[in-house]
Design a protein around this ligand. Structure first.
Ligand code: THU
Length: 140
């Protein structure tokens, strides 16, 4: 069985939608939730946290990775991202793609959707962030 079929994508996306409810987004009114499936089977969730100094806003995806790693969960299986305020699937921003790629190989599954989850995009971090030269610098 492939890794893809072992992941309960719908359950992970449920958790991402739940996480979006905890978004702090009084400036954009654009809630985002992320659910990160860790290799130990646990799921770490997070939301976007904005700031009146807009550049200090932290996306849901990066929040989830920082939270999980800080809890000692350092290896990941998949990431789901839900944007209930969007009429289209919202993909991780460039900064988040780079942060995800720091902790995941190119085949790492990334799922993202807007309000209509029938339009969920299922892809990989390798597709979203190709030619990842940073891997050449990483010291295990
Ligand atoms: N945002 C995320 O949290 N993740 C994404 O993938 C797209 C954008 C947040 C940042 C900001 O709080 C709001 O969505 C609007 O850009």
């Amino acid at each position: 069985m492939s890794q893809e079929t072992q992941i309960d994508r719908e359950a992970l996306m449920d958790r991402a939608f739940e996480a979006a409810e905890l978004s702090y987004s009084p400036y954009s009114h654009f809630r985002v939730g992320a659910a990160l499936l860790c290799q130990d089977g646990t799921v770490v969730t997070a939301a976007n946290i904005e700031n009146r100094s807009f550049g200090m806003t932290i996306c849901a995806e990066r929040s989830a990775i920082v939270k999980a790693h800080s809890l000692g969960r350092t290896r990941y299986t998949a990431l789901a991202v839900a944007c209930p305020d969007a009429g289209y699937p919202v993909s991780p921003c460039g900064a988040c793609r780079q942060v995800i790629s720091e902790f995941a190989g190119p085949d790492f599954p990334v799922y993202f959707t807007g309000a209509d989850r029938s339009q969920t995009v299922c892809t990989t971090i390798g597709s979203l962030f190709p030619y990842d030269a940073l891997k050449e610098l990483a010291q295990p």
